[in-house]
Write a protein that binds this ligand. Structure first.
Ligand SMILES: O=C(CCCC[C@@H]1SC[C@@H]2NC(=O)N[C@@H]21)Nc1ccc([N+](=O)[O-])cc1
Length: 123
């Protein structure tokens, strides 16, 4: 089947947008993430991401990527898989971990949040 790739423009149910680009021969990619939400009163900035995808069978590739937020000392790691329905509609089902910087190791217990996001292609 045509190697279905995760490259392109995606949006999630929060209204965030991401562009995945520059897939190389090893399956690594870069991109940018514009989050619609943040738990900080700082101005949200488009932030870079880097990741890798597996070839996958029938275009249902697994992947992971990390977003390095440019407006607050935190990072998010996403892992997920691309699913294609009978009409060829693709969705990225992901789980993410958001790690914020905390002042002391004692605060580390409350520094990681987890959630899920579903992405669909922006036409
Ligand atoms: O807010 C942030 C950075 C932005 C995170 C956006 C998350 S990524 C998973 C989910 N999917 C999205 O599209 N957007 C959200 N960092 C942050 C959070 C909390 C604190 N804090 O001090 O509580 C500090 C920085």
């Amino acid at each position: 089947s045509a190697e279905r790739k995760v490259t392109g423009l995606w949006k999630n149910q929060l209204g965030s947008n991401m562009t995945l680009s520059a897939l190389d021969a090893e399956g690594t990619f870069t991109g940018s993430y514009h989050t619609a939400v943040a738990d900080t009163n700082k101005r949200i900035l488009v932030s870079p991401l880097r990741g890798a995808q597996q070839p996958g069978t029938k275009g249902q590739a697994t992947f992971g990527f990390t977003v390095q937020w440019q407006f607050t000392d935190s990072v998010t790691a996403f892992v997920g898989q691309c699913f294609v329905d009978h009409r060829g509609k693709e969705t990225l089902e992901t789980t993410w971990l958001l790690r914020e910087e905390v002042p002391t190791r004692r605060d580390s217990w409350k520094a990681t949040r987890i959630g899920t996001n579903t992405f669909t292609r922006v036409k």
